[in-house]
Design a protein around this ligand. Structure first.
Ligand SMILES: [Zn+2]
Length: 172
């Protein structure tokens, strides 16, 4: 795990925890080396639920980690707003109008973008978010990809956009 991420989150262990919980000590043997095996947002995204495995005794336990600082998206005009995965979903939804999409795909995409934001947070730029969405869309649906790119103006200029279109055409 990135040190930056550890700093941005404060953690509370649940379950059997005989020791005070400053670092991610294993609640069974007290070892400090634990590995995250699964992470998912809980309580509407303010908390993250992690399954961890102790590298020493191999027991698994659950932590609920609360974000100390809001995950912020810095916009081009300099203002900031809290990260919203609902916003990612609605933006992608607009680009997906009329396109075939497998159930669950959008939520998976939004979770991926949120994980990216957490990894690079506590503050990320809206253009980094946009580029991450574009990366995901490029694999998913080329029409939606181009729509999203043009609507959200994530490219610096028309030249970039044309290069992207040309790159897509080269692939087919
Ligand atoms: Zn252990």
């Amino acid at each position: 795990m990135l040190p930056r991420l550890e700093k941005a989150w404060s953690s509370v262990a649940t379950g059997h925890s005989p020791v005070p919980f400053n670092a991610m000590h294993c609640p069974y043997c007290g070892a400090e080396d634990t590995r995250v095996v699964d992470s998912r947002p809980a309580e509407g995204g303010n908390t993250i639920r992690r399954r961890r495995e102790c590298e020493v005794c191999r027991n698994r336990f659950t932590t609920y980690e609360r974000r100390e600082h809001a995950l912020l998206v810095r916009k081009r005009d300099g203002s900031a707003e809290p990260f919203s995965s609902a916003k990612v979903v609605s933006g992608v939804n607009q680009a997906m109008v009329g396109r075939e999409i497998a159930p669950g795909t959008l939520n998976r995409l939004a979770r991926g973008v949120e994980a990216f934001a957490e990894e690079h947070g506590p503050e990320v730029s809206s253009s980094d978010i946009g580029h991450r969405v574009l990366e995901a869309l490029r694999e998913l649906d080329e029409v939606a990809y181009l729509r999203f790119a043009s609507v959200h103006k994530e490219f610096e200029g028309a030249g970039d956009f044309e290069r992207e279109v040309a790159a897509l055409e080269d692939r087919t």
